[in-house]
Design a protein around this ligand. Structure first.
Ligand code: CP
Length: 358
């Protein structure tokens, strides 16, 4: 763990294959440790994790908070509607207030792309060491979701060794609103880094052709891609083209709150063309049941049928939620470990569960 190179987590474009292996390995370990029912690991005792969600969330926020508690961290959460933002306090001053209270890790979600990265810049300028963990920013990035999706797929394909190699050579279809999806962008970096080929499917208004070249451009400030050879990205306009040969299908939520123009004629016509059903899933071929993922929240009957969503033979949606906790434990652990990298590293004993109740 001493080689973990990231003090903040803004996106997955900066992750090497080894970084993905580290997170998946640690998350898999946390997943198998007995940390439910009030048992906790002492790894982050004395650390303060602050969740600052300027945009609504059910899954991400609560699983980060559960993850932090399972590692014995103190947890503090900020609610914008009842905060001094309404009196005109700026976002930066709000964050600095929580830093002054001793926050070690700030988990930040914001509707505007780039807010977590700007915070990193400000904290560096001010010489503040708190880590920023992106809980989802605008259209840009949702790294913890990309990682929990990766763990879910890796566990499905190779339960005995759910590392990046489990994704090598797989064909993963991402269907729907790619344009507005930070989840899709994080998955594109993660899946291609692990050697999977990704096929994007949707109408041109939601899946522009440009996405074929998405992973070719390194993010600002990065000289070169940390991954030597990535999987390919293909763009298809129909499920009939996209699904044959797919090993898994991820449907994406139609992000009505981010759509500024009328990009669809109707939700009914969208479901007719791109909604996933048992019948459509048979287009994938093969004899084994094809897994279906969705990051949530789901528009039932739009992105996929209610029957498919609730079918345990195909749906990994609950598994994604479940995997969110150990993945976020791994991320908090790794960032807190980098926090003390110059001094004592967290040791093996910090991963042994205690029976103390929260
Ligand atoms: N997948 C996801 O980010 O869900 P929430 O918006 O509920 O956190």
């Amino acid at each position: 763990m001493s080689g973990w190179p990231h003090h903040h987590l803004i996106d997955l474009a900066r992750f090497s294959r080894e970084d993905f292996a580290t997170v998946l390995g640690l998350a898999q370990r946390f997943r198998t440790l007995p940390v439910s029912g009030g048992r906790k690991l002492p790894a982050l005792q004395g650390r303060l994790v602050t969740t600052l969600f300027f945009e609504p969330s059910t899954r991400t926020r609560s699983s980060f908070e559960l993850a932090a508690r399972r590692l014995s961290a103190d947890v503090q959460s900020f609610t914008p509607s009842s905060s001094s933002l309404s009196k005109g306090e700026t976002l930066l001053d709000t964050v600095l207030t929580y830093v002054a209270m001793g926050a070690d890790v700030l988990v930040v979600r914001h509707r505007c792309t780039g807010v977590p990265a700007r915070l990193v810049h400000h904290l560096r300028t001010l010489g503040i060491r708190a880590s920023v963990l992106n809980g989802g920013d605008g259209l840009h990035s949702h790294p913890s979701q990309g990682l929990l999706d990766l763990l879910t797929l890796a566990r499905h394909f190779n339960p005995g060794d759910p590392g990046p190699r489990a994704l090598e050579g797989r064909r993963i279809a991402l269907v729907g609103d790619v344009l507005h999806s930070r989840v899709a962008r994080s998955n594109l970096w993660a899946l291609t880094a692990c050697g999977a080929d990704v096929v994007l499917c949707g109408p041109p208004t939601l899946v522009p052709d440009l996405f074929r070249r998405f992973v070719e451009a390194p993010p600002p400030g990065q000289q070169e891609d940390p991954v030597a050879r990535r999987g390919r990205i293909e763009v298809c306009r129909t499920l009939e083209e996209a699904l044959p040969g797919a090993d898994a299908v991820m449907t994406l939520r139609l992000q009505k709150e981010r759509m500024r123009q009328h990009l669809l004629s109707s939700l009914e016509s969208y479901h007719r063309c791109f909604g996933l059903t048992h019948a459509r899933l048979r287009l994938c071929g093969g004899s084994a049941p094809v897994p279906v993922l969705h990051p949530g929240p789901v528009n039932r009957g739009v992105e996929m049928s209610g029957a498919l969503l609730s079918d345990p033979e195909h749906s990994l949606v609950d598994e994604q939620v479940l995997n969110g906790v150990p993945v976020r434990m791994a991320l908090l652990y790794l960032l807190a470990a980098s926090e003390v990298a110059q001094g004592a590293a967290l040791d093996q004993s910090s991963l042994n569960p205690s029976s103390s109740r929260p």
